[in-house]
Ligand binder design. Sequence first.
Ligand code: ISL
Length: 536
Amino acid sequence: MKAWWKERVVYQIYPRSFYDANDDGFGDLKGILAKLDVLKDLGVGILWLSPVYQSPQKDNGYDIADYCAIDPLFGTMEDMDRLIAEADKRDIKLVMDLVINHTSDQHPWFQQSRQRIDPYTDYYIWRDGENGNNPNNWTSFFAGDAWTFDPVRQQFYLHLFTKEQPDLNYHNPAVLQEVKNLMRFWLDKGIAGFRCDVINILFKTTLEDGKRQLVLKGLEHYLSQDGNHDILKELRRDVLDHYDAFTVGETVFVTPKTARDLCDEDRKELDMVFSFEHMDADAFYIKWFKRRFRSAFFFRTLAKWQTELSWNANYFENHDQLRSVSRFGDDTRYWKESATMLGTLLLSLRGTPFLYQGQEIGMTNFDIVSMEGIQDVESHNVYRFLRKLHLPKRLAWRMIRRSSRDNVRTPMQWSGDPHGGFTKGTPWLKVNDNHRTINVATQRDDPDSIWSFYQRLIHLRNNNTILQHGDFQTLKLTRHVFVFQRRYEGQSLRIAVNISHKRHRIPFAGDLLLNNYTQPRFDGILEPYQAVIWKG
Ligand code: ISL
């Protein structure tokens, strides 16, 4: 099936860090509006906005207090309507974040639920504890207990994330009706679909104790349960099928098998899912407190998912992960080469490519120097947890520095001006000092920049049916080199990338369609971090 969402490149916007039009230090909807032409010029066809709904912002909007209102931090509903209309004029589709595993504790549903006001009494997961203890041993994704006692209701409620994010109760059919209504509200406004937050953990089959393990106790009782599949099928049947909408699920701990169960065409649940396995390529070594990138694992995992799923949601970065050029590339000596190599790989895999803001200029991890500079609620929770385990401050900070989501949330670097041209006020999170050299303004003027390379790359993908629809075959996969082929209707393209500092010789050659070095013909030598695409 040739759906529109297979042919376009998605660009994720993290609104609070994108562009600040009113100089209060936070990015906003008017800021996105102001930059639409730049995005159009880059060539992206779908924008995914991280949450802009009304929220106390405990988890930067992933704690929603009103699904049908815009948070004043980001603007008004009028701004949103205008953004939808202006994007549409430019043939750009807008996708919103759908966060329905939990709400904010400030949501009126929760406020009424804690007072046992019907029909909200059972909208959340409430239980008595025994002798003042938690109802079970489950732990939260953000470290610590998954239960908090509410003094008003005199019961515990479940929260798989922060305590300000109570989990909804999908054993109550009224909750799913609410979800359908809010989805229709946005689809009727003209949005084109949803990125569905932690969408495979909605249904808690039982509340029994979880297996004994260090992290995430309880997972087996709520991960990709049958009840979850039923919910997704119902949303598809009753809502999504009535619109030309698409969904991408953020699905934690999926394997190719469980992913297929969620997004195979005949299952009618989600259109595609984000998997996480390739993100394990730089496993954390406690002994050295160092990240080590296993490039062969990275390539092998990508190839495995390419082969095992008919369609993937491909990404190397998002608002929860580290900057890919710092993580999988070399953000100093081969900064430009590795950023463009990763871009080439991402956009030539089979599936819908997702870029995260700043990736197109090679933004790097943050340069924050202490815990005081960190905003991410997860980092603070984990830090507290590590300190409780008596880890010395210096080591705990080192762990946070290497993993904090703030690495990727520093404001977008628009120019070499103060605060990277992101705001004239005080930014909510410090802008990386390297904005003086790494920024959009400089790169858009330079045909040899990462931004200009991405523009050519996106243009190529937007206009090439082989890259959009072709099948995938690995031709060569070593620790440093990945060569694969895409074929469509009797034509094929070959792609080769080198993810190392060394030169490599491979038994291929051809006239190049795209190259992040300068030679017009490929003679089989791959320079450090070189990426090439040729017909063959
Ligand atoms: O971010 C993670 C690790 O650093 C993941 O465990 C993450 O919490 C998980 O992928 C779920 O993420 C999503 O839901 C969270 C929110 O904080 C994230 O920003 C969102 O992407 C709760 O809504």
